[in-house]
Design a protein around this ligand. Sequence first.
Ligand SMILES: [Zn+2]
Length: 209
Amino acid sequence: MTILFPDTKYDPECGAWGLGTVSGYPCNGDVSSLFGATDMDLHAEGHNGTDIAAGQGTPILAPCDMVITDVFSMDVVSTDPLFQQIKDLFGNSVWATIGDDWRVMFAHMSESPRVFEGQSVAAGTTLGYVGSTGQSTGPHLHWTLGPMSNRWLARGAGNVEVLDYCDKQQEVTFTPTGSGVIIEDKRAVALKALQDARAAIDRATAAMY
Ligand SMILES: [Zn+2]
């Protein structure tokens, strides 16, 4: 199975994404923590997503067509302990499905998400804005990609490196490992992916002018 993010690039002049040469980044910013990193206490078992540090209020755009399944707003009180736990961790956040097999999540938005549960969104749709709600030390987007079987995209349950996936548009295969399996430290691989990602961003920026 292959899922491809569409080619997109960020246009700083109009503050939006358009068709271009870099695939899939949902917001303009710098990658600050990679999948598998163990650089923070919260990530001691391996970061289960990719962080992009960006200014408060930077638009977060859908990197591909998807269907919104779960929306959490700090403005809405939840009586379900699980939902409250998710909000405490991820703040204003959006979960969506991509095709029949993948789930993706965008966390820590500054305000309530701009989409609703059940909504089909096209690539480029504004999902919300970068913030620091939930467990976060500064404005950034945390985004995670994993298999449909991992509803809340918990670590150690088949998640994949989303930057790697976007950069190479490669076929990603995984074997769901169930809960409690610790992701190995992928730091060396992650650093290489970061360098590749930065090079891709530089190429795309150069191509805009
Ligand atoms: Zn993160």
